[in-house]
Design a protein around this ligand. Structure first.
Ligand code: NAD
Length: 252
């Protein structure tokens, strides 16, 4: 197993891609801290129970990743419950679709706060603790194909995700010498509640699938397997990298 003995904290782990990552990590031997913005949602407990059913430890911690005080409390509690955290997956993210000329300040701010400030805040808080303890660790950021591909109505989301790729490289350059590797997975079109409206659209779905070489949406666990590799010691010489896991969408 790739992640035996490790503890992973997955932001936005309560459903979708975060759940897929949590499942694969648990199967690879990790205990999993599940973060979400509202842990009273039944699906969050569903993830925790699933991980426990595989014989791993798991607990949910509530925090809005864009709020420093909540993030610091979450890491404090996770450390005291699990003793250490070895892997951070910055997965929590939101997407809205708004034409550029109609985009409002608060829409720009919320999306960039969750999708870029959140990973920055979580990474900094995590790294301070890991560096103070002198442990080795790994961060996996969950970006988007939209860091490289233009899809209308995302002049807030796409820059946040491209920014996350730059954050990956820059944090990697400063933290890898201290023992923390940082990499990024850019998912393509993955079947989750974020994409449900496309999956249910008989007009839009075939148009998108035509652009994807595999001809189908990806599954959350297909992001999880790549994230697990990045997080594992098998990827010990891999840092600062971003990879598209998109069924061949971005370059078609
Ligand atoms: P989702 O909406 O199904 O799940 C997102 C999770 O993040 C939810 O559990 C939500 O409650 C949580 N969350 C949202 N805001 C949060 C906050 N401020 N603090 C903590 N948790 C928060 O979405 P998904 O499709 O699973 O997306 C996961 C990640 O993958 C996102 O970063 C998204 O941008 C990225 N992504 C998704 C796709 C796709 O096709 N689904 C494609 C590219 C990138």
């Amino acid at each position: 197993m790739k992640l035996e003995g490790k503890v992973a904290l997955i932001t936005g782990g309560g459903r979708g891609i975060g759940r897929g990552i949590a499942e694969v990590f648990a199967e690879e031997g990790a205990d999993v801290v599940v973060n979400d913005i509202d842990i009273t949602a039944p699906e969050v407990d569903g993830v925790v129970q699933w991980i426990r059913s595989k014989g791993r430890r798991s607990k949910a911690f509530q925090a809005d990743v864009s709020k420093r005080a909540e993030v610091e409390t979450m890491f404090e509690e996770a450390w005291s419950e699990f003793g250490h955290v070895d892997i951070l997956v910055n997965n929590a993210g939101i997407e809205t679709i708004v034409p550029f000329l109609e985009l409002k300040d608060e829409q720009w701010t919320r999306v960039t706060d969750v999708d870029l400030r959140g990973p920055w805040l979580c990474s900094q808080t995590f790294c301070k603790r890991v560096v103070a303890e002198g442990r080795k660790a790994s961060i996996v950021n969950i970006g988007s194909v939209q860091a490289a591909k233009i899809i209308a109505g995302r002049t807030h989301y796409a820059p946040a995700k491209l920014g996350l790729e730059a954050l990956t490289r820059n944090v990697s350059a400063e933290m890898t010498p201290l023992g923390i590797r940082v990499n990024c997975v850019h998912p393509g079109f993955i079947a989750t509640s974020m994409t449900e409206w496309i999956l249910n659209s008989p007009e839009i779905l075939p148009e998108i699938l035509k652009q994807i070489s595999t001809g189908r949406p990806g599954e959350p666990r297909e992001i999880g397997t790549v994230a697990a590799f990045f997080a594992s010691d098998e990827a010990s010489y891999l840092t600062g990298q971003s990879i598209h896991v998109d069924g061949g969408w971005v370059f078609k």
